[in-house]
Design a protein around this ligand. Structure first.
Ligand code: NAD
Length: 420
């Protein structure tokens, strides 16, 4: 798919071109480069699900195992009406680079089902979740591929999936799915891990850039798991002022600051952040262009493109969403001096604590919350500084720097295993 300005909006093509940029910096072996441009394997499934009205509906699902050179593939499952195989491929590629940049011993995968969960009852969602695992379960496993939540999938959905997998295997194997409820082998700290990791990268970037985060303003596009915790933790950990948030129905803006807990309550009661009292309405396009210090795209791909990137001028863009910025968007940010915390670095806190969850499940021994927070902080801080220093050394943008580190690690594993 190409956009009106001739730019590319197919997330997988974008992911491949991002890799190409890093390959050029690294002088990557052409065969390894060609190998890393494609997923290792993928499964397409067709899922019949009994609906509440007695009819049977047929859903399409996917699981992509992009690369497992460094360990079992890992990546969330997304339930979305616009899901495509190329989106899942891109997300699986980004998971590969994400696990490598924070240096956890996992590869990259991703899953998706084309469905609209907002129009489905809990019973229908449960039957869909179980149907997905009945088909995809054959390629999952502790040593093979470990899913987790993503957009519109929840700890409850992970619990149904883990339960269905237990029936397939004939015994409990909780580590095969992460993001589970605590009572079923979930980890302390997984709920807010993505946003917490993002806040740690903002904290470190602010130190490097000489920005005082106390009172610095932040706008958040997307107010789900990542966006809501970014709002509350942004205040708690960094003293930020949250001035705007949005969800799929639209956004709200108050330059004097919003109370995130109260906005969360309003969203819970009404289904959206819109019509929140004491704030001006803004669209999902306008929220990106507000005069703020930090912009946190926390919804979906392709929000910052050739069309609007020149007008988006925060000091820092912290990409909690995967793939919010196209190649043209990146070029504009680099030209305009906008500092980008690229997605697979900024939002790596989620998979890092998912990895901690796998470790705890394997040992059947559970850590307390301070331990999880401390270990997450070390991983994110180390990864951030490695990326920043690489960007400085090669005089490249932060995304390409993150790729240089991640691709080098995966390429080394591929070479050592003798694959190429
Ligand atoms: P979620 O389902 O909890 O929330 C998604 C939010 O985005 C909802 O508030 C929804 O209303 C909003 N939204 C949907 N379409 C929108 C649009 N067009 N404009 C504005 N808002 C829109 O999902 P999440 O887990 O918070 O994931 C959000 C992003 O973060 C995704 O890109 C996801 O891949 C990424 N991510 C999530 C995790 C995680 O652990 N949950 C980890 C890494 C990356």
């Amino acid at each position: 798919m190409a956009n009106q300005n001739g730019g590319e909006l197919n997330p997988f093509k974008i992911a491949q071109k991002q890799l190409d940029k890093a390959a050029a910096v690294l002088g990557l072996d052409p065969a390894i480069h060609a190998f890393l441009r494609e997923p290792l394997r993928e499964l397409h499934v067709t899922l019949p699900v009994k609906m509440d009205d007695g009819s049977t509906k047929i859903f399409k699902g996917f699981r992509v195992q992009y690369n497992d050179a460094r360990g079992p593939t890992k990546g969330g499952i997304r339930f979305h009406s616009q899901e495509t195989i190329d989106t899942v491929r891109a997300l699986a590629a980004w998971m590969t680079w994400k696990c490598a940049v924070v240096d956890i011993p996992l590869g990259g995968g991703k899953g998706g089902v084309v469905c609209n969960p907002k129009e489905m009852s809990p019973g229908e969602l449960e039957r869909l979740s179980r149907a997905y695992i009945r088909q995809v379960g054959r390629i999952l496993g502790l040593e093979k591929d470990v899913p987790a939540p993503d957009v519109y999938t929840t700890p409850q959905i992970m619990a149904w999936m883990a339960d269905e997998y237990a029936f397939l295997k004939g015994h409990n194997e909780f580590g095969v799915i992460t993001g589970k409820p605590l009572e079923l082998g979930g980890s302390q700290g997984r709920g807010d891990a993505t946003a917490r990791g993002g806040m740690i990268t903002i904290r470190e970037a602010a130190k490097v850039l000489g920005i005082d985060t106390q009172g610095a303003t932040m706008a958040i596009q997307g107010f789900g798991n990542a966006g809501q915790y970014a709002a509350t933790l942004g205040i708690e950990l960094l003293g930020l002022k949250i001035v705007a948030v949005s969800d799929s129905k639209g956004g709200i803006y108050n330059p004097d600051g919003l109370d995130p807990d109260d906005v969360i309550k309003h969203k819970r009661e009404t289904g959206s952040v819109i019509n929140y009292p004491g704030a001006k309405p803004v669209s999902n396009e306008e929220i990106l262009e507000l005069p703020v210090d930090i912009l946190a795209p926390s919804a979906l791909e392709n929000q910052i493109t050739a069309r609007n990137a020149d007008r988006i001028r925060p000091k820092i863009v912290s990409e909690l969403a995967n793939g919010p910025t196209t190649l043209e968007g990146d070029d504009a940010f680099y030209k305009n001096g906008v500092y980008v915390l690229p997605d697979f670095l900024c939002n790596a806190g989620g998979v890092t604590v998912s990895y901690f969850e796998m470790v705890q499940n394997a040992y059947d021994y559970y850590w307390d919350l301070p331990t999880v927070h401390e270990r997450l902080d070390i991983k994110m801080t180390t990864a951030y500084h490695a990326v920043h220093e690489t960007a400085q050394r090669f005089e490249i943008d932060m995304r390409t720097a993150a790729y240089v580190i991640a691709v080098d690690r995966v390429a080394t594993a591929v070479r050592l295993r003798g694959w190429v």
